[in-house]
Design a binder for this molecule. Structure first.
Ligand code: RAT
Ligand code: ZN
Length: 420
């Protein structure tokens, strides 16, 4: 170490230093289901929405014999009462989604020991939404929230079409599941909207109409990337409409605009349709499709997160092979402490810092608080271990170097990928 180098962090200080940095570095949350406040009621928040989160509905319906259809007939507050009773009153709230509600309430200054749902409702009823957004983002340490924006959503679409003053804290992402996964129905819809896709044949005419549609929506919403969730058996290249549309329209559009394409494979939709949104499951993905995409389209940029735990090692190795692939997040059923720890550790060991360990997937604004607090605890633990391992080799990491690394993990690497 020469005389001008900044002092290294002492071993005893290391854990506290990393914890301080991870807690105080604001994150760019690259995938959520939250909305710019201009979307009004589409932005969910408050205790009832926290309780009827689909993760909790799946857990609570295991603890009651109420027919599913009767549950869905209840008003939102009735459903929330049932979830509260089943998961917080009659059993201890040990699951990650339950603990999350309590972490959030506690951070907001509420006394969770009283188990008083009406009092919680009263507290939220007095909140001002603007202030609540700011406070949740501050408590979560989030600087920017990426939405999931679907032109096919009848509630969302008219807001974009009317136009509105964008809140800079909310970035857009163009979600195109219906285009790739329900082509015949979507082709009919596109025709209705004036895009000459022809009779549903996937030919040049259809591809150029789809490209026009994507260009119009990219102009309208200014997305950070395009995105899709995919079933585990998606293949590429292939004859499926999804594979053909990717090849003929989506990837050329992404190339023209420089936008990454985000793939989220592994979801098996509606394994139990009676559970509605809580009824999706997962399956092991054949990652050869992603490998083929990255290899055959070096001019395209791909973001990816995969749902099955058993796919994580292969996905991380794939990221070592392709610098046009940026992997992110511990998605959905993986967003639990034991798996975040395992996956984040493995990714650091195989990739260093060129990935984004977490996104929140928050559907309810207040969830930002717990999803980020819980993940930050684990990211801290992993980094402390890794910097300690380095220290034992004689390599000292300066505070500035650590601050840079943490900034990269919490959104910097992702932003660099967007720019490159
Ligand atoms: O995590 C979730 O809330 C899921 O329901 C999905 O939204 C998933 O994250 C997705 O974006 O498809
Ligand atoms: Zn999601």
């Amino acid at each position: 170490m020469n005389a001008n180098s900044p002092a290294p962090v002492a071993a005893s200080e290391l854990a506290a230093q990393v914890a301080r940095l991870v807690q105080s570095t604001p994150a760019y949350d690259l995938h959520t289901h939250l909305y710019d406040p201009a979307f009004g009621e589409l932005l969910l928040w408050g205790i009832d929405d926290l309780l009827v989160y689909h993760y909790l509905i799946a857990e609570s319906l295991r603890q009651t014999s109420l027919p599913f259809a009767d549950f869905w007939r209840l008003p939102k507050t009735g459903q929330a009462d049932l979830v509260w009773d089943a998961l917080f009153v009659r059993h201890s709230p040990l699951s990650e989604a339950c603990r999350g509600v309590l972490t959030t309430l506690h951070a907001l200054g509420l006394d969770v020991r009283r188990r008083d749902l009406p009092a919680l409702r009263q507290w939220f009823a007095q909140r001002n939404l603007d202030r609540h957004i700011t406070e949740c983002m501050e408590l979560a340490g989030v600087r920017r929230i990426c939405m999931t924006n679907s032109p096919f959503d009848p509630l969302e679409r008219p807001v974009w079409e009317r136009g509105f003053q964008r809140d800079e804290r909310f970035a857009a992402a163009l979600r195109i599941d219906p285009l790739l996964l329900a082509w015949p129905e979507t082709a009919a819809q596109l025709r209705e909207w004036g895009y000459a896709v022809g009779n549903g044949e996937l030919d040049d005419r259809a591809f150029s109409a789809v490209r026009r549609f994507l260009a119009d929506w990219s102009r309208k919403i200014d997305p950070q990337f395009l995105m899709v969730s995919l079933p585990p058996d998606f293949t590429f290249p292939g004859r499926s409409p999804a594979a053909q549309l990717l090849q003929g329209a989506v990837l050329p559009h992404c190339r023209d605009t420089g936008l990454p394409f985000a793939l989220m494979p592994g979801v098996r939709r509606q394994v139990n349709p009676l559970l509605r949104m809580a009824g999706d499951g997962l399956g092991l993905t054949d990652l050869r499709a992603l490998e083929n995409l990255c290899a055959s389209h070096p001019e395209n940029k791909f973001l990816a997160t995969v749902l099955a735990r058993e796919n994580q090692h292969e996905l991380t190795v794939l990221a070592r092979k392709f610098r046009n692939l940026h992997i992110f997040g511990c998605w959905w059923f993986l967003n639990i402490p034991s798996l975040i720890d395992e996956i984040t550790r493995m990714r650091v060991e195989l990739l260093g810092l060129s990935f984004t360990p977490q996104h929140s997937d928050a559907r309810i604004l207040d969830q930002l608080v717990y999803k980020w607090r819980h993940s930050r605890e684990i990211i801290t633990r992993v980094l402390v271990d890794k910097y300690s391992d380095l220290a034992r080799t004689g390599w000292d990491t300066t505070p500035d170097e650590m601050a840079r690394d943490v900034r990269n993990l919490l959104g910097g690497s992702f932003e660099q990928f967007l720019r490159q």
